[in-house]
Design a protein around this ligand. Structure first.
Ligand code: URA
Length: 428
């Protein structure tokens, strides 16, 4: 087998054979296929696509590049959630302990942020002492003891995806449905969860900008999951505006704790409850405690505190606060008709909440606090956003992201405003 014939085949719109796919994934993982050759193949896939058989085989080959985890020794059914990534998407934080409080075990292998979308591990690392890196034994201990664990995927899980994802990130080949679907599902199937709920984001702050593309991605991933014996469901949810009132690591932890305490922004609570109910149903947990009750009676908070402490974190420690703040005010009076998720995500990233390269550090306190969401009536001069950073020289660059024509839109008082529903579709 030689890589050039595989690249040429996809370049010329041919279907790749099972043997070609198995070989190229294995050879790339071993370093026999070079990065520049895999980049060419990834670009050919982005331009010419893959059919379901090819995507399924590609996913399977990435799973076989590493180890598979096994939670069958746990006394509870396992259920996991994966979001395709958005701005202010802190849902995993309240969701994992909430679902654990309602009777399913949640093994949540999460990632770090790259680009304008935040990463769950970066958020949790703003809690003093909390550790993302656990051995397999530690992971099982936390899961057994607290019902939920959120940690980094070990190096042995789908190593082909680890390598390929880093390559796609720097070659403009992230946004290919076959590559996104196989990347996400290879990790989730290898992780060994029994049930999986996908939160496929749609809108300016997401990879998928329109509903039709998001539906295709969701259908592909649900098919891959079901074929692998993982009970998989997808919700398609709005990411045209940030979720909740914060984007940034410690800021989002604070908001998540508010949700666990029975408060928090309505959209974060709505999505957390919807995903929790889907995760419990997919795992076959019925008739147990309702998630809304678990938020109200303190049992979700209790699971959160135990989960954080089991990973070395102090749930009572004060969260880091950025050294400098800048308040952005409303330029006019009227109805706030848009607060663009991408613009806010880029601003938070530029303030130091995200990283430009994998090895860059993030600032725990950096980010954007939102004082008015679309639909709010605002008065010229009132605070709209507070920007937080330890490095005030970043303010101007962050403000540039918020100065684009679509970033903040205000219509005259009395203008019609139609809110986009948070949950746009469900695919099972
Ligand atoms: N998340 C992943 O894990 N992979 C992708 O390709 C996109 C989002």
């Amino acid at each position: 087998m030689d890589v050039i014939s595989v690249i040429r085949a996809k370049r010329d719109r041919a279907e790749l054979t099972d043997a070609q796919i198995d070989w190229v994934i294995d050879a790339y993982t071993r370093g026999e296929v070079a990065d520049e050759q895999m980049s060419a193949l990834a670009m050919a896939i982005l331009l010419n696509g893959m059919n379901l058989r090819e995507i399924s085989r590609w996913t399977d080959a990435m799973i076989r590049s590493g180890v598979r985890m096994d939670f069958s020794s746990l006394p509870l059914p396992t259920s996991d959630k994966h979001s395709t990534g958005g701005v202010g998407d802190k849902i995993t934080l309240p969701l994992a302990p909430l679902v654990a409080a309602c009777g399913a075990a949640v093994p949540q292998l999460s990632g770090r942020g790259l680009g304008h979308t935040g990463g769950t591990l970066d958020k949790l690392e703003s809690i003093p002492g909390w550790r993302a890196l656990l051995s397999n034994e530690e992971m099982m201990d936390v899961l057994r003891g607290t019902g939920a664990v959120i940690c980094a995927a070990g190096d042995g899980l789908a190593p082909a995806d680890k390598k390929l994802y880093a390559l796609r990130d720097v070659t403009g080949t992230v946004e290919a449905i076959p590559l996104i679907a196989s990347s996400i599902m290879s990790k989730k199937i290898a992780e060994g969860t029994g049930a999986l709920v996908l939160d496929v984001k749609v809108g300016s702050g997401a990879f998928m900008k329109n509903l039709a593309d998001a539906q295709e991605l969701a259908r592909t991933m649900v098919g891959l999951g079901q074929n692998a014996g993982v009970n998989t469901v997808a919700l398609l949810t709005d990411m045209s505006t940030p979720l909740g009132l914060t984007a940034g690591n410690a800021l989002e932890v604070r908001e998540s704790v508010e949700v666990l305490a029975g408060g928090g922004p309505a959209d974060v609570v709505e999505l957390t409850l919807a995903l929790a109910r889907e995760m419990l149903a997919a795992a076959g947990v019925t008739g147990g405690k309702d998630p809304e009750t678990a938020l109200r009676d303190g049992s979700a908070m209790d699971h959160w505190r135990r989960m954080i402490a089991a990973q070395g974190g102090d749930p009572d420690a004060a969260l880091p606060v950025a050294r400098e703040q800048h308040v952005l005010t409303a330029p006019a009076s009227g109805v706030l008709t848009g607060l663009d998720a991408y613009a806010v995500g880029v601003a938070a990233w530029r303030l130091g909440a995200g990283r430009a390269r994998k090895e860059d550090p993030v600032q725990a306190g950096a980010g954007v606090e939102i004082h008015a969401k679309p639909g709010a009536v605002v008065t010229a001069g009132q605070p709209l956003l507070t920007l937080h950073t330890d490095t005030p020289e970043r303010f101007d660059y962050a403000l540039e992201a918020l100065a684009t024509p679509d970033a903040i839109t205000i219509a005259p008082a009395g203008a019609d405003f139609k809110a986009t529903p948070l949950i746009l579709d469900r695919i099972a």
